[in-house]
Design a protein around this ligand. Structure first.
Ligand code: NAP
Length: 279
């Protein structure tokens, strides 16, 4: 039976540490959040981030903008936050309302305040192995593997999904840790033959039921990043949890696995941004 990788418990420990470190700074860190439009999921995510920050002694300031905000107004706000000496980190909640292009907005963000690690400069530094910030979800996956002493060096790590948000940067981080990485996507041929070779199997495809028991090498660590919302509101990942649990060595639940770790790693980045700016 697989050991459950308890992201909720680990995130709580990390948050306690972050709270202590934030309290030791001369001035508490400040995260500015930009929330445009009325997307209900985004409202919930932002409230969660505000709560997480409050628990850790990190101040937040949320800028709520109407869905009709123009690209120019959004860029003007980013410019203002870039220059605001009290603001350590800036988070632009995605997706932006229809008609707004997120790229110029994310590219306009000061790289020093880019706590989501979306700016091209920060993505480039990560690719070069000299990260300023670690992207939150990939960093959370690594923290989980490390906390449960799952070895990465020399192991075959297979990541399903090549998005700039999750799969691609995770493949880079696993490579930097000397894993042997296979990066798969929707055009990958014979996915099960590949996944059966993986010591660490990460699924970030956003496809419920994609990873079945016959795709898992016995004893493998299986990390389910995905959050698929069923019509009845129930959350599930890509992995057929009950079928995979007896075969895998380690397995993340959904919810309670990678999700809380992503949130904790955002707080780590805000703390890091505050430290870098106080040097
Ligand atoms: P995304 O941008 O939609 O990327 C999905 C990736 O999966 C793409 O590379 C796609 O391939 C690949 N893919 C889709 N179907 C596939 C299949 N049948 N076989 C193999 N590969 C397949 O999604 P994302 O933003 O990376 O997010 C992925 C999932 O993680 C979502 O469920 C999201 O909600 C979740 N997520 C969770 C957290 C967390 O904190 N737990 C954080 C972020 C995201 P192509 O490139 O060929 O299209």
């Amino acid at each position: 039976m697989a050991v459950r990788l308890d992201g909720a418990a680990l995130a709580a420990r990390l948050k306690a540490q972050i709270r202590e470190e934030a309290a030791a700074l001369s001035r508490p860190p400040m995260l500015a959040v930009v929330l445009a439009g009325e997307d209900p999921a985004s409202q919930i995510y932002v409230r969660g981030k505000e709560r997480d920050c409050a628990e850790c002694g990190i101040r937040t300031r949320t800028h709520r903008l109407p869905a009709a905000v123009s690209q120019a107004e959004l860029l003007a706000l980013i410019d203002q936050l870039n220059r605001d000496a009290d603001v350590d980190g800036v988070l632009v909640q995605l997706p932006l309302p229809e008609g707004l292009d997120p790229r110029p907005v994310l590219h306009a963000l000061s790289p020093e305040k880019d706590v989501d690690c979306f700016h091209p400069l920060n993505a480039g530094l990560l690719a070069l192995g000299e990260p300023r910030f670690l992207p939150c979800t990939p960093a959370g996956v690594l923290e989980l593997l490390d906390a449960y002493d799952v070895p990465i060096q020399g192991r075959h790590c297979l990541v399903i999904g090549r998005s700039h948000l999750v799969g691609r940067p995770l493949a880079q981080l696993l490579t930097a840790r000397d894993g042997t990485v296979t990066l798969c996507h929707s055009r990958t041929e014979n996915l099960p033959a590949l996944t059966r070779q993986a010591d660490i199997l990460v699924s970030a495809a956003g496809r419920r039921g994609l990873v079945t028991a016959d795709m898992v090498k016995p004893g493998a660590a299986v990390i389910d990043v995905s959050m698929n919302r069923a019509p009845d509101g129930k959350l599930s990942g890509d992995v057929d949890f009950p079928a995979v649990e007896p075969a895998a060595g380690f397995l993340t639940p959904v919810p309670g696995g990678v999700g809380p770790m992503t949130r904790a790693c955002l707080l780590q980045n805000v703390l890091r941004a505050a430290r870098l700016r106080r040097r």
